[in-house]
Write a protein that binds this ligand. Structure first.
Ligand code: SF4
Ligand code: SF4
Length: 295
């Protein structure tokens, strides 16, 4: 399946100001993650729920959680001090779509204040078939989906369970629901002209040899680039004793996959409340002092 909508000049213009989708923009344009999405609807074995979602964020300091109104207030404050702020992203600390009401409201409020802003969402993809059309209607044109495998037999080693339509599913069956929804969701987004980046957490001995298969398939679904990231074993997670994937192995895998699809190599696995240029996080500067005291 190809992306049937050629990229409009508006999306191309926006993408050139998006530090994650355009490597050259990362030294010029800043992004702000709005931590409005605390809950998650799946359980990855590499996740430690005390920390930010690993699919987009480095485990570290727990993020403050904001209401949509507080997110708008914070956005306004940051925008005043950061002229090069181009992207408002929702990347957890749970899943953007598992907290749909907050995510939607946050986008609406910020869009009203700053119609020029580029929105970016990051998700595990479970709820994409349900929300893809709404995402498009809201004006979001950049979405990141984490796809760690396309084979349920591998998925049952990565995902402990999936919560879907009021039920909890484990094992290969749970993984197959997630995978099917990721595939359908990516297809739906790209067919409506959304740029999709696929994050892949590469886990030695579990999905490492499967990574090129993922890249090839998501290319066929219309994804624009992939971001192969190392497993960083989080304390307290099921994978806490697994070895961290070396950057050498990541670089080799990116080089193999580069012939198929462009690779992102400048991802910093930012926190869910990161603010600023990719290599220069200023989130502490803009933290609510009351919240900072508690965390
Ligand atoms: Fe954790 Fe993110 Fe996986 Fe949810 S999708 S379990 S927040 S790593
Ligand atoms: Fe960009 Fe990666 Fe940071 Fe997300 S985690 S804002 S993709 S650099």
């Amino acid at each position: 399946v190809k992306n049937i909508h050629p990229l409009s000049s508006d999306i191309q213009k926006k993408t050139s100001r998006h530090p994650c989708f355009t490597c050259g923009a990362s030294h010029k344009y800043a992004r702000m993650h709005l931590p409005v999405a605390p809950a998650c609807n799946i359980s990855c074995n590499y996740c430690n729920r005390l920390f930010d979602c690993l699919h987009e964020s480095r485990p570290g300091v727990t993020s403050e959680i904001l209401t949509p109104e507080a997110a708008l207030a914070k956005y306004m404050g940051v925008k005043k001090h950061m002229e090069n702020l181009s992207v408002a992203g929702i990347a957890g600390p749970g899943d953007a779509l598992a907290n749909w009401e907050s995510t939607r409201r946050t986008i609406e409020l910020i869009k009203e204040y700053d119609p020029e802003v580029i929105f970016c969402l990051s998700t595990n993809g479970l709820m994409l078939p349900e929300y893809a059309s709404e995402i498009v209607k809201l004006g979001v044109r950049h979405v990141t989906v984490t796809v760690n495998c396309l084979n349920p037999a591998i998925g049952e080693k990565i995902y402990h369970h999936v919560h879907y339509q009021g039920k909890r599913y484990q094992g290969a069956y749970g993984a197959s629901i997630l995978i099917q929804n990721q595939i359908a969701g990516i297809k739906e987004l790209t067919s409506q002209g959304v740029l999709v980046k696929v994050n892949i957490v590469m886990i030695q001995g579990i999905n490492d040899s499967h990574v090129p298969v993922i890249v090839k398939n998501v290319k066929d679904l219309g994804a624009s680039l992939t971001n192969i990231m190392p497993l960083i074993p989080a304390g307290g997670s099921t994978f806490e004793n697994y070895s961290q994937t070396s950057m050498r192995d990541i670089k080799i895998m990116r080089a193999i996959c580069e012939v198929v699809l462009p690779q992102m190599s400048h991802c910093r696995q930012c926190r869910a409340d990161a603010i600023g240029l990719l290599g220069d996080d200023r989130s502490l500067e803009f933290r609510d002092p009351e919240v900072a005291k508690e965390t």
